[in-house]
Design a protein around this ligand. Structure first.
Ligand code: AMP
Ligand code: MG
Length: 331
């Protein structure tokens, strides 16, 4: 069975095609196109206009890369939420058009859960992980418990990626700022004190962001600020992940989201997992960032478990919570 998935929650529009192979995911194609604003943050409507412009082409390219024609596709899935309304609507509209014109079923999926399921689908040893999901808008620690993916901890204000991007913009970097901050941080030597805001299982970044910007005004070396920003935020993320592991008695960690590309974050989480005698997994970069293949895979997994949707069930949900989904495909 071949599933085509459309991702469109925020800055990226992606189309991926996957196939089930002995209960694991085989990615046949995965094409991503990212909207990069000329200046400032992401304007939802402008991002959606970008997605409208490219979506049809991406479907064609994705079929081409997979060496398939549209009649080979058996299921269409799309990111139903959470995300920016205009972007979600674009992906959903494209998915509905495909499902109706090809006369095949459609499934809307939760974007955060897709980040977790793609890890389980691609890595056979990764069976029951705690997911540290670190992306632009979202930062959550998610794990399976009693029929649902529960959120054990999350940001109380902005996402970690957003924190890095906002800081980066204040020093004149362009989106995405995370990789450039990572480069600067490598040559930072002096740790500058920053607020460390772990609140129980949750986390907050905006106070720290303000403090980091104040160091800019004080003309502290940018390398030292980037280094301190990474050390502080990643330590806090590692701490809440470890606490979730202890609480749930799980022995695996999976990283997901764009910030998972960061080597320092990977190293910190890996040291923690090693200390606990646990396992650490991270999917390849194009499956960590927002992508259509993960949406396709979760669509397949849900369909395979017996879940069905009518067109009327495919309305987008900007605030689609991870923990409202009944996870019928796991025990
Ligand atoms: P996503 O929303 O999951 O697609 O992730 C996008 C976010 O990942 C943006 O905020 C980027 O700045 C961030 N990002 C990408 N690469 C890195 C990196 N190497 N280090 C830190 N953040 C990164
Ligand atoms: Mg994401």
């Amino acid at each position: 069975m071949k599933t085509l998935g459309i991702e469109g929650t925020a800055h990226s529009i992606g189309v991926g095609i996957v196939e089930n192979q002995n209960d694991y995911c085989k990615v046949l194609s995965n094409i991503i196109k990212t909207y990069i604003p000329e200046k400032g943050g992401i304007h939802p409507r402008e991002a959606a206009n970008h997605h409208v412009m490219y979506i049809a082409d991406l479907v064609t390219q994705s079929l081409g890369q997979a060496k398939l024609s549209s009649s080979d596709i058996n299921l269409v899935s799309f990111s139903q939420g959470p995300g920016l309304g205009p972007c979600l609507r674009t992906a959903a509209t494209a998915a509905r058009a495909l499902a109706l014109s090809l006369n095949i079923p459609i499934i809307g999926v939760n974007h955060c859960i897709a980040h977790l399921e793609i890890g389980r689908g691609m890595i056979p040893e990764c069976i029951d992980p705690v997911l540290l999901y670190t992306s632009g808008a979202n930062t959550q620690v998610i794990a399976f418990s009693e029929g649902k993916y529960r959120v054990f901890g999350e940001t109380l204000d902005i996402g970690i990626g957003n924190c890095l991007d906002k800081f980066g913009r204040s020093i004149g970097l362009s989106f995405p700022c995370g990789p450039k901050i990572e480069e600067y941080a490598k040559t930072g030597k002096n740790y500058l004190e920053l607020p460390y805001s772990v609140k129980g299982m949750d986390i907050a970044f905006s106070g720290l962001l303000t403090a980091a910007m104040q160091y800019i005004a004080q003309q502290k070396p940018v390398q030292d600020i980037c280094y301190s920003l990474q050390e502080t935020t990643f330590a806090a993320l590692t701490e809440i992940t470890e606490r979730a592991m202890a609480h749930t008695e799980k022995h695996q960690v999976l990283l997901g989201g764009g910030v998972a590309a960061n080597q320092r974050l990977r190293d910190m989480v890996q040291v923690m997992t090693k200390d606990r005698g646990a396992q650490f997994y991270v999917p390849e970069k194009n499956l960590c960032i927002d992508n259509g293949a993960m949406i396709a895979w979760l669509g397949y997994v849900m369909f395979h478990s017996g879940i069905r949707m009518e067109i009327k069930d495919t309305i987008i949900n900007q605030r689609f919570r991870t923990d409202v989904v009944e996870v019928k495909w796991r025990e």
